[in-house]
Design a protein around this ligand. Structure first.
Ligand code: PDD
Length: 277
């Protein structure tokens, strides 16, 4: 009999729940999305579904009906009745005996959770502290893949340092992005962030930050920032779906600006929120 052991319990492998055999678990073989709602309205669903489709294509998970994914998201959101919700979902290549080669007969697994987004207003008022960490990730970070171990290690390092987010720095000394956020700095009234070609996730928040900046007449440039330059930024902020724009007031040992969220960041926060109404 082929057996499996779950903690202390020995079970017949044939009796295992297929979730134990999910390739997401064995190999991180899947892709995910995180989106949110504001006051009962899902924000940027089409953007997230389009990115999800790109991620699926990027890891060659074929045959997914994006219309069905959309329906499931809407159905679950309606059932949850949470006005300010975080919606997470992933699709893995499927379940089966552990083999690097998946073969052709995989049936993808879909999984979704919805939870309430807590109150993060204090982080907008006080600003985040961030610390740098080497970017140890693979070269296809435009794919929102379940392989997040380098991101997890980076976040743990930041947490040990009393920081809220890790900022990933590549081998050339350039910032790519946060462990789970996009990174922006302001120099002389101009917002700067790494180009999308710099092995970063095409952040949906970034897309709306660009629009917000345009609306309030602030210049925006795509140009990588070194960790050394970031220390001298006038302002730093992060972008992430769950919290949109979050100021950062400390970068490693450097205090950014006067140690309080900067004026451009504040304007962006106010402008961004208009998109969510
Ligand atoms: N993370 N970069 C990385 C590495 C991320 O993981 C995220 C988001 C972002 C911001 O992307 P967006 O604006 O589309 O949320 C940038 C999600 C929220 C997560 O993994 O939980």
């Amino acid at each position: 009999m082929n057996i499996a052991m779950i903690d202390d319990k020995i079970v017949d492998s044939n009796q295992l729940d297929r979730s134990y055999l999910d390739r997401g678990l064995y190999f991180g073989d899947g892709v995910y999305e995180v989106l949110r709602s504001y006051n009962g309205k899902i924000f940027a669903l089409d953007d997230h579904l389009a990115r999800f489709e790109n991620s699926l294509a990027g890891v060659e998970i074929a045959g997914i009906d994006i219309g069905q994914v959309r329906s499931r998201v809407l159905k679950a959101f309606e059932a949850a009745k949470i006005p300010n919700a975080k919606i997470y979902f992933h699709i893995t290549r499927g379940s089966g005996p552990r083999d690097h080669n998946p073969g052709l007969k995989m049936q993808p697994n879909f999984f979704l959770t919805i939870s309430e987004i807590g109150d993060y207003s204090k982080s907008k008022i006080n600003g985040y502290k961030v610390s740098t960490y080497p970017d140890l990730r693979w070269k296809k970070c435009q794919i929102k893949s379940l392989n997040l171990l380098p991101n997890v290690l980076a976040k743990m390092d930041a947490s040990k340092k009393g920081c809220d987010e890790a900022i990933l720095v590549d081998e050339a000394g350039l910032i790519t992005e946060g462990s789970s956020s996009a990174f922006f700095a302001v120099f002389g009234g101009v917002i700067q962030t790494a180009p999308l070609t710099a092995n970063v996730l095409p952040s949906i928040t970034r897309k709306y930050v660009v629009k917000a900046a345009r609306n309030i007449g602030i210049r925006f440039i795509d140009k990588s920032i070194s960790a050394a330059q970031a220390k001298n930024a006038d302002e730093i902020f992060l972008g992430v779906t769950t919290k949109d724009v979050i100021p950062a007031v400390k970068f490693d040992d450097a205090v950014i600006g006067d140690g309080k969220p900067g004026p451009i960041t504040k304007k962006l926060i106010d402008e961004f929120i208009k998109f969510t109404k």
